[in-house]
Design a protein around this ligand. Structure first.
Ligand SMILES: Cc1ncc(COP(=O)(O)O)c(C=O)c1O
Length: 446
């Protein structure tokens, strides 16, 4: 079918709120997607956004069943099981934001760095953001597009290699800018400066990049003193102030950021809005994000970057564990082969209670258990859950949303083995991409 005819049909399908229009949009090549967007008015664009969100929601709901079926089979545990098709769903939403705004989106490796799924991600995103040498190298070697590196402070021993792997280096102080900026320019990199935007709304201090006395980002008082003398070195300004948040928070951060730094932005090449944008969450207000980016770009004439990590793989992976034993100490306690401490450390650090598919809060269903890991740590406990059936040895539990900040943070504490990593490919095949063993434990002790 001729492209123009296809586009015409799609416009009609969007007007008719036909959910298939979302998939059809994603399958179009870039030029055709641009034509579709140009042909739609405000109402049509909002309608397309809604269809894209609903289509994604449907795909994730269907995948829930798939995770449970796989867990019911003979898959070895513990295992992080990542669904590549769900990552692709998330990627499509991010590319839609790019289509509507022309912004550039990087994936934050700190959240997820399992490179066996990078081929899917690199089709949609512009590159990665890295936090230092190892991530920069992984991004360069395995992702292969732009690498933007920000480190709180660079180490003299590493900075030369970091520059080799990076396209952009972002500094956290004027001292570091002066120290390493000339070297970076000589190597052909662009330079950014991270600032504290003066506003954030993250309740947990541990995860608030702009908490009082934060070391992350130059504060305005220092910026205004030192920037004028250094500005010819700086190509872009970076801020990161969010954590798992919606675009209303970004709007308020931008208000503060622009009030403080607005007069300095013109003349820069780009502004990086950092991570923490939960763009792929069902209730995320994508239209507002698009409006904010477009207004900002127009106002300042700069490129805008986003560097979310969580949003790339949100809900796209699970951790499957097996019950090893059930013991009793006034309450029923199920002991699993997965550990909160070693395999899902944010559960204890944040802390938060992950959802287990098919479970309910304690007491809601007939059988309630406290779930704990196999380590000797008293606090290696995920929490209380209830189930329709009693738990017994060999039963499998599926912890939801475990691709992010889990594999990148896990440990071999107590000598406990690391979970396998398996990927559900778009063909439906489950590929065991990594099995760890004694060597990984031993090599880290040396
Ligand atoms: C500088 C920077 N960019 C991006 C991210 C990614 O954030 P998220 O995974 O919450 O989207 C973080 C997270 O800590 C960060 O510190």
């Amino acid at each position: 079918m001729a492209v123009d005819r296809k586009i015409e049909e799609m416009i009609q399908a969007i007007a008719a709120k036909d959910i298939d229009a979302a998939g059809a949009y994603h399958r179009l090549p870039g030029e055709a997607r641009r034509k579709v967007l140009e042909a739609l008015d405000g109402k049509g664009l909002r309608s397309l956004t809604r269809l894209i969100k609903n289509a994604k929601k449907q795909r994730f709901a269907a995948a829930d069943k798939r995770f449970l079926e796989i867990a019911d089979g003979d898959i070895a545990t513990p295992v992080y099981l990542i669904d590549e098709t769900l990552i692709e769903e998330n990627m499509r939403v991010m590319r839609y934001v790019k289509d509507r705004t022309g912004c550039r989106i990087l994936h934050a490796l700190k959240a997820y760095a399992s490179f066996s799924t990078f081929p899917v991600m690199r089709k949609y995103l512009d590159g990665v953001c890295a936090s230092g040498l190892n991530e920069a190298r992984l991004g360069y070697e395995e992702f292969g597009k732009e690498v933007h590196t920000f480190a709180v402070a660079y180490n003299e021993k590493e900075v030369g290699r970091i520059l080799k792997y990076s396209d952009v280096i972002i500094f956290n102080s004027f001292y570091q800018l002066r120290q390493y900026g000339p070297m970076a320019k000589k190597e052909g990199l662009e330079i950014g400066l991270r600032v504290n935007p003066g506003h954030s709304e993250v309740a947990t201090e541990m995860y608030n990049p702009c908490a009082p006395n934060s070391r992350l980002g130059v504060v305005y008082s220092a910026f205004k003193e030192e920037f004028p003398a250094s500005k010819e070195w700086v190509d872009g300004i970076h801020f990161h102030a969010m954590c798992e948040q919606n675009s209303d928070v970004l709007e308020r951060i931008l208000r503060s950021f622009e009030k403080l730094y607005g007069q300095y932005i013109r003349g820069s090449k780009w502004v990086n809005f950092g991570g923490g944008h939960h763009v792929t969450r069902n209730d995320y207000d994508i239209e507002r994000l698009i409006r904010l980016i477009n207004t900002f770009k127009k106002r300042y004439g700069v490129q805008v970057y986003l560097e979310p990590g969580e949003a790339s793989v949100l809900n796209a992976g699970v951790l499957i564990s097996t019950i090893l034993d059930v013991v009793k100490n006034k309450i029923e306690i199920a002991i699993m082969d997965a550990s909160a401490e070693a395999h899902m450390p944010d559960v204890l650090l944040m802390p938060y209670k992950p959802h287990i598919k098919g479970s309910a809060p304690p007491g809601k269903k007939r059988y309630t258990y406290s779930l704990g890991g196999p380590s000797c740590l008293a606090g290696d406990v995920v929490g209380g859950y209830s189930f329709d059936r009693p738990l017994k040895k060999g039963d499998k539990l599926v912890f939801a949303d475990m691709a992010l900040y889990s594999i990148v943070k896990n440990t071999t504490f107590n000598g406990i083995g690391l979970p396998d990593i398996a990927v559900i490919r778009s063909s439906g095949e489950i590929e065991l991409v990594k099995r760890f063993g004694y060597r990984e434990y031993r090599d880290r002790q040396s």
